[in-house]
Design a protein. Sequence first.
Length: 369
Amino acid sequence: MRVKDLRPTSPAPAPALSVRASAAAELLRLIGVLVDDSDEYDVGPERLAELRGRLSEEVLSELRAIDGGSRVSFQVLSLLGADLPDPAGVEEMVAALEVDHGLGWRLLLAHHAHQDQRRDLELLEAVVVGRDGALATLLDELEGASELAEEVSTLLATDPEEHGQRLLAAIRAVRPLWDSVAQETMHAINRDVAYRQSQIEAGKSVAEIVLAATNGYELSDDPAIRRIVLLPSFWIRPWLVVGRRADAEVLTTVVAEEFLILPPQAPSPALLKLFKALGDESRLTLLRRLSSGPISLTEATAELGVAKATAHHHLSILRQAGLVVIGGEGRGSRYALRQDPPTVAAQALAAYLQPHRVSSLGHPEPQDP
């Protein structure tokens, strides 16, 4: 039998792209960084220790209790910044939480329930926005589960109303600290947002903007994603956080280096990340493997003979250095070379040394015209 296929063959339209500067989201991200004791942030442990020292032990203990040991709760809550009314500031967030004390609790429950076991995204969004019957449906599903993640069990044992009141109190307790760093923080974020917005208005493709803003994240081809929201962050650098709200993929991106105030003679964070990535045997092994084509996390794990978490850590460092792109979602994620590592390393080092190059005789070398 011969067949004529009359179905449309054109690709699905690219999702709509927007970029926001949200003080509300950034305050929550700052809290998330402060309750995370790992040494994984570009601002450095000394700066974070100084900020923690300006909060009482009682406040820090309460923030950690609200986080529940997950290290991601406040980053999840920062997704609220994607859909708050303009200007998506702290006042708008406080107003939303005062009207609906259970909002944060439902957002966290939906997130952790989905992480525990893949669930219907429409149901989870209905839970978050408080649609009638949605929470009861999810609770029925959870009740029938043979085993629940610790984060889910903890939330189910917590009264949503009480959780909301504690969250509001925590935000108010951190507000003076936030006010002291807000200008530094939002100045960098606003510059990044203005730059990305200019790219959008100039007609640059959504995929190109996202790839550059995320330093190596390729959009999925999920037709259910109709919006991409970029929420640049100062405090969470160097991490990229990928979240989902309804039909939107929310990407917490790092503020681009050119919008930060940095010591003029110091090597840039990007240069340090690049040579950190190249200064490890396991990561060099992965780059050699990637030169033959894309790989999955499972393949990277087998290549190194390490745990998946360790392989993921190495791949994350390679992405942060701009050497690797990640595409797909969850278990289907694929990693590929973004740029030629030798060329990138040579160009980055030359750019840093160029103004100060000297010949072997100690005289300045002539500069290229």
